[in-house]
Design a protein around this ligand. Structure first.
Ligand code: ATP
Ligand code: MG
Length: 582
């Protein structure tokens, strides 16, 4: 049963607009039916690249722009679905010509250039496993990830290769082929450009099975050593569904996901889900720059924008005046993921963009959005929203009889009933760590949260970050959100430090908005504000001013690092650390 791509729009996108319950047929209560029907139609196989590209081309949409690429230097390049499909096919031929086959692992290490997208989709087309790494990683994080992922192929640039790989390449026994994007391929590598140009532009997509591995994604390393989460081709059902339902992606939508594909958001919702939903996606090669971002929204008429709290707080910090000269009237739906989104940011975005950012929650492990403030539904600032159709989420706690569900209003661990298509299938080489995530029929997320009486979920903190002071349990997010309400505070990271009488006391690290000086008077003013809002037991006793907070490259505040330093403990794995200025 071959279905038209519009089935997805009508079967799934429809209720994204109305906010109504998912449509199901009389014979099935499958919440992802629209997406599943669509992709089951392909001659028995299931392959992400087929769903993202081939299907659209076969259905006559080859001329639609798939990617509008914006180069750092101001250049622009449009790739249609046919163009991208052709590039992916050529790339797939390059792989097979070198004797690589199904199940082999292809690592990508480059900026957001068109070749990255061809690599991702060509790898999937050929039935190999795609593993993106963030291009700014140093040699050691690259090496350890390639080792545990049994890398057979690396696609990178000559400059990255020479600086970060060449020295130890020979020590990775699995690595057979290094493909170089751009000029200057060293002798022991292969230049990708000429190989692609010589390759056949059509490639019959490999008919992978639903459980064949497709992607390996490393977690952000916020809480410790990053884990390699393995995802399968069947995940595309959930990628199709969740993009349509929670991000309002429909054919032709102008969509911009600001995440780098080195992190799961940048692949699931920066490559797969948007293409499967046949949007036109904006890809910006450059890093965050306020004026550049605002003008991209204005010039490209971005309709759906998916970003992260760290960027949103940077925009807030720049103030409303910086936004005043831009036209944001194209924006139709805004969403955020990666960290808790402070209520202040939701209110601010409504004011400046005419739309609130819709917070949603998920993890590398879940492969797709699990909980969301979705289109058409009431947004509760500070809340992550409600579980998507087909997703059973609960707040659980360990009892003598195992993990049990808590009632509304109680704080516990956020848990999910396993079984949705994009759930990870393993942590690479870490079976025991993987097994530990599953208890009594639940997948345990490691995050603490609370559900209110109307079913909205509220993030409290990472389980490791919970603060216990004088019998109170405090989540850092609540305190941080109050701190950034203060006019001087741009960002805050809150930890618990040992205290003889209280057990732990709350300590805050903050960065300031432009124009504020870090002096005693300001510290007192911020502490006073927090005390008024939170009460003396919960408000931070001490505030430390910093230029930046330690953050992962995916933009998450590393509270464990603040704490380790406070306690004089080893820093642990800091392979993903980006900013860190005292
Ligand atoms: P690691 O698992 O290596 O410590 P990480 O958990 O930060 O790193 P990711 O999978 O990239 O790696 O991030 C998922 C985590 O990000 C969630 O478990 C949660 O703690 C946080 N997160 C994501 N979205 C939200 C959100 N909307 N609100 C609060 N926290 C969020
Ligand atoms: Mg995690």
């Amino acid at each position: 049963m071959t279905q038209d791509s519009d089935t997805l729009a009508s079967g799934v996108g429809e209720y994204a607009d109305t906010g109504a319950a998912p449509k199901t047929s009389n014979t099935s209560d499958d919440p992802w039916e629209g997406a599943r029907n669509l992709i089951d139609g392909w001659q028995g196989g299931i392959n992400i690249a087929h769903e993202a590209l081939d299907r659209h081309v076969a259905q006559g949409h080859g001329d639609q722009i798939a990617i509008r690429w914006l180069g750092k230097d101001g250049s622009k390049q449009d790739l249609s679905y046919s163009d991208l499909s052709e590039l992916a096919s050529r790339f797939a031929h390059v792989l097979t010509a070198h004797g690589l086959s199904k199940g082999d692992s292809v690592f990508a290490l480059m900026g957001r250039v068109p070749e990255l997208y061809a690599t991702a989709l060509g790898t999937l087309k050929a039935g190999l496993i795609f593993t993106p790494l963030f291009s700014a990683f140093g040699p050691e994080p690259i090496r350890t990830r390639m080792e545990i992922g049994d890398a057979k192929v690396l696609v990178t640039t000559a400059s990255i290769y020479k600086r970060k790989i060449a020295k130890w390449r020979s020590e990775i026994p699995t690595l057979q082929l290094v493909l170089i994007v751009g000029e200057g391929a060293p002798d022991d590598c292969v230049a990708l450009g000429p190989s692609m140009a010589a390759a056949n532009p059509t490639f019959e997509t490999v008919k992978t099975a639903p459980e064949d591995p497709a992607l390996i994604h490393f977690t952000s390393g916020t809480t410790g050593k990053p884990k390699g989460a393995v995802h399968v081709h069947n995940a595309v059902i959930y990628h199709a569904f969740s993009g349509s339902y929670a991000l309002r992606l429909t054919p032709g939508t102008i969509y911009w996901c600001t995440a780098d594909p080195g992190w799961v958001t940048g692949t699931t919702y920066g490559i797969i889900s948007p293409l499967v939903n046949r949007v036109t996606m904006i890809v910006d090669e450059a890093e965050f720059d306020l004026d550049r971002w605002y003008s991209i929204i204005e010039k490209e008429r971005v309709e759906v924008w998916y970003s992260a709290p760290t960027a949103i707080r940077m925009m807030m910090r720049a103030g409303n005046e910086a936004a005043a000269n831009y036209d944001f009237s194209s924006l139709d739906f805004l969403a955020s993921v990666g960290e808790p989104l402070n209520p202040e940011a939701v209110i601010w975005s409504q004011e400046v963009f005419g739309q609130p950012f819709h917070d949603n929650w998920w993890q590398t492990e879940t492969g797709g959005i699990m909980i969301a403030n979705r289109p058409g539904a009431e947004v509760r600032p500070g809340s992550m929203g409600k579980p998507l159709p087909g997703i059973e989420a609960a707040i659980v706690s360990e009892t003598e009889d195992g993990f049990a569900e808590l009632g509304d209003g109680e704080i516990g661990e956020l848990a999910l009933r396993p079984g949705w298509p994009s759930m990870m299938r393993a942590y690479l080489n870490e079976a025991a760590r993987y097994q530990k995530c599953f208890k009594d029929g639940w997948y345990l997320s490691g995050d603490l949260a609370m559900r209110d009486t109307e079913g909205y979920f509220w993030f409290v903190g990472r389980a490791d970050d919970l603060i216990k002071t004088s019998g109170h349990l405090i989540g850092p997010f609540e305190v941080e959100s109050v701190l950034i309400e203060h006019e001087a505070v741009a960002e805050a990271g809150v930890i618990g430090v040992p205290d003889e009488t209280a057990g732990e006391r709350v300590k805050a690290y903050v960065t300031l908005n432009p124009g504020f000086d870090p002096d005693d008077a300001l510290e007192q003013s911020i502490r006073g504000h927090a005390r008024k809002k939170l009460g003396p037991a919960v408000a931070p006793r001490q505030i430390v001013f910093r230029n930046t907070l330690p953050k992962t490259r995916s933009g998450k505040i590393m509270r464990r690092l603040l704490k380790a330093r406070e306690l004089g403990l080893p820093e642990g794995d800091i392979s993903t650390l980006e900013t860190d200025e005292t």
